[in-house]
Design a protein around this ligand. Structure first.
Ligand code: AP5
Ligand code: ZN
Length: 220
């Protein structure tokens, strides 16, 4: 399975990615997680990306496309992969098309902006694994620590309310056009283009996983 999860910041891409990757036995390629790992490691990329991410803007297409191509060349991607938070601009999508990267399905998780601020303000993350929790909607088993490792959870620096607003604006202007891009491509060239499915992202985490699995079962 070669899959794109498309959706606004806080739509639940990372949360659903964990289930879907386990179900299909594929790696999760989250450009956000990759950038946060670079920030933590203090690499030159991390130092440059940190400022951009904290402002809510997007890291440059060239850097992101390079990172993803390098990741796709690793052997575990041969059996498939799930893109989480990528592509997020038309040039990023075009770069995959031009490189001949085959995709089976684009799955859009649709959540109204009004619900998103609450989701992000309650988010807590385990940086090493990318596992994500929510204080109210998806709490960890023990307060403040990761279910699997027992390590402390953190709040992302870009989850402050003003940064969230900026990220939503950036999504609306730069990423939402991909909805039409993939939906139109799928209609125009059903043989080569990935299938396109949109699911309602409101409801429990389990409800959304079952909607996703149902949508993916007949995506293409
Ligand atoms: P990235 O890490 O990709 O962030 P994002 O797209 O803004 O998405 P999020 O991770 O915030 O949300 P999510 O959809 O994964 O939601 P989650 O499952 O965590 O990018 C961060 C930054 O990196 C960007 O701003 C940019 O600067 C840079 N970047 C990354 N990729 C890039 C690219 N391709 N090009 C350029 N720049 C790039 O869920 C959110 C919360 O809701 C959690 O607390 C969760 O527990 C909760 N939740 C989940 N499901 C439900 C539910 N059903 N009901 C209630 N709560 C729920
Ligand atoms: Zn995420």
């Amino acid at each position: 399975m070669r899959l794109i999860l498309l959706g606004a910041p806080g739509a639940g891409k990372g949360t659903q990615a964990a289930f879907l990757c386990q179900k299909y036995g594929i790696p999760q390629i989250s450009t956000g997680d990759m950038l946060r790992a670079a920030v933590k490691a203090g690499t030159p990329l991390g130092l440059a990306a940190k400022k951009v991410m904290d402002s809510g803007a997007l890291v440059s297409d060239d850097i992101i496309i390079g990172l993803v191509k390098e990741r796709l060349a690793q052997p575990d991607c041969a059996k498939g992969f799930l893109f989480d938070g990528f592509p997020r601009t038309i040039p990023q999508a075009d770069a995959m098309k031009n490189a001949g990267v085959q995709l089976d399905c684009v799955l859009e998780i649709d959540v109204p902006f009004a619900a998103i601020v609450e989701r992000m303000s309650g988010r807590r993350s385990h940086p090493a694994s990318g596992r994500t929790y929510h204080l109210k909607f998806n709490p960890p088993k023990a307060e403040g620590v990761d279910d699997v490792t027992g390590e402390p959870l953190i709040q992302r620096d870009d989850d402050k309310e003003e940064t969230v607003q900026k990220r939503l604006e950036v999504y609306a202007s730069q990423t939402r056009p991909l909805v039409e891009y993939y939906a139109n491509w799928s209609k125009a060239d059903p043989v080569n283009a990935p299938g396109y499915r949109r699911i309602d992202g409101m409801g429990s985490v389990e409800d959304i996983t079952s909607r996703a699995l149902q949508a993916l079962a007949d995506c293409k």
